[in-house]
Design a protein around this ligand. Structure first.
Ligand code: ZN
Length: 75
């Protein structure tokens, strides 16, 4: 489950939905696409997916990626 305020940001010329994930909501491990390392359980981070809808909303949601907050900011 994800909560918090969804927002949009532009990265590399593409628009993305970005949503924060709190420590309590982080209950699985993910691989961060920014650094290739694990986003651990209980680590607040954010999830991003494309907002331009090229693939359709369902496909875009399926392509969500979990990022370390720091890695997203410097990407
Ligand atoms: Zn990372």
């Amino acid at each position: 489950m994800i909560a918090g305020f969804k927002r949009t940001e532009v990265r590399r010329g593409q628009e993305w939905y970005v949503q924060p994930v709190s420590e309590h909501q982080a209950q699985k491990e993910y691989t961060c696409p920014g650094c290739g390392r694990i986003v651990g359980v209980g680590v607040s981070h954010l999830v991003a997916w494309r907002a331009d809808g090229v693939l359709g909303d369902t496909a875009d949601l399926g392509a969500r990626r979990h990022w370390h907050t720091h890695c997203w900011r410097i990407s």
